[in-house]
Design a binder for this molecule. Structure first.
Ligand code: IPM
Ligand code: MG
Length: 360
């Protein structure tokens, strides 16, 4: 039996997560796998009802489960709160408390979505399949000191970018191990022409690379990488980068696939409890309208089967079913194109579930 903590969160979080749970239930039923679900609250939803974006009870529920399916958190309503009360704090704290330092964000182009991609056909024709590996519990997101002090004519605000050898080593190992099972190339993305942390990254990754001579390694500055992604995305296999650069480049990579509504992620760590979430946010402007794309959440469920439960074949069942539904022309609004059939969040979840129920 697999126990899954489900954290719907805010905005479109609940709608999309519901569809991912539906898909997991379809997999469970058709292939006789026992999944059970335990809902927990986080983000603005938890702040409003329990006074804390990440209540202790939610952490307990997560720790009693084998895996976590996370929706999205945040919304304009809570935008002016201090950092520790902000909904975003829920996901940042969960990542930190559970030691989820390795964030995998695969950006793959589904053939039938070529029209939704902003890239030119000549570029798309060369295909792309990128694994962005983002360091998730360090860097400027967590460095100290941080905060604000009063100065003469206003304030001074400080965030600190910091990385240690150990933090870089462990994420580099993850990247090389994953590259070994792919096309054996790691591109390290940094700003080592300017930043001290980036210079340490290069040094440490080079030394870890000595144990992975079968994997090709190259280095790009983050500004150049953001350009290369739109000009020649096919050059990338694994992109290894820090927390903030990874946040930015993964949104860019997502857009190349047609929509940010398509990209899943897996957050892994040393232990055995991992978290799966779409890379998009809570999109409060379209919440509750049944228009959000649930595919990123559904593909996150597929990553859960692959990385937490070692059910590679079942992950492929979900991925192939998503591909099949797209090939039949069904689209949510974000990936809609002439000649396709527009469906809502719920319908997309149902179509994919039905595909799984009929899977041979
Ligand atoms: C992401 C999101 C989060 C991040 C926010 C919601 C804190 O943008 O997962 O990419 O910056 O990590
Ligand atoms: Mg982001």
């Amino acid at each position: 039996m697999y126990k899954i903590a489900v954290i719907p969160g805010d905005g479109i979080g609940p709608e999309i997560t519901e569809q991912a749970v539906k898909v997991l239930k379809a997999v469970g039923k058709h292939f006789n796998i026992d999944f059970s679900f335990f809902e927990a609250s986080a983000g603005g939803a938890a702040l409003d009802t329990k006074g804390d974006p990440l209540p202790q009870e939610t952490i307990e529920i997560c720790k009693s489960c084998d895996s976590i399916l996370f929706g999205a958190v945040g919304g304009h309503k809570w935008d002016d709160l201090p950092a520790e009360k902000r909904p975003e704090n829920a996901v940042l704290r969960l990542r930190k408390e559970l030691g989820l330092f390795a964030n995998l964000r695969p950006a793959v182009i589904f053939e039938s979505l070529a029209d939704a991609s902003p890239l030119k056909k000549e570029i798309l024709d060369k295909g792309f399949d990128i694994m962005v590996i983002r360091e998730l519990t360090g860097g400027i997101y967590f460095g100290k000191p941080r905060g604000r002090t009063n100065i003469n004519n206003g304030f001074k605000a400080i965030d600190t970018m910091e990385y240690t050898t150990d933090e870089i080593q462990r994420i580099a190992i993850v990247a090389f191990e994953i590259a070994r099972k792919r096309r054996k190339k790691v591109t390290v993305v940094d700003k080592s022409n300017v930043l001290e942390t980036s210079r340490l990254w290069r040094e440490v990754v080079k030394s870890v690379h000595k144990n992975y001579q079968d994997v090709e390694i190259d280095f790009q500055y983050v500004d150049n990488c953001s350009m290369q992604l739109v000009k020649a995305p096919y050059q990338f296999d694994v992109i290894l980068t820090g927390n903030m650069f990874g946040d930015i480049l993964s949104d860019e990579s997502a857009a190349l696939t047609g929509s940010i509504g398509m990209l899943p992620s897996a957050s892994l760590g040393d232990g055995s409890l991992f978290l799966y979430e779409p890379i998009h946010g809570s999109a409060p402007d379209i919440a509750g309208q049944n228009t959000a794309n649930p595919i990123a959440s559904i593909l996150s469920a597929a990553l859960m089967l692959r990385y937490s439960f070692d059910l590679q074949w079942a992950a492929e069942v979900i991925e192939n079913s998503v591909r099949a539904v797209l090939a039949k022309g069904y689209r949510t609004a974000d990936i809609m194109h002439d000649g396709c059939i527009e469906v809502g969040t719920l319908e997309m979840g149902e179509l994919i579930s039905r595909e799984i129920e009929n899977y041979k």
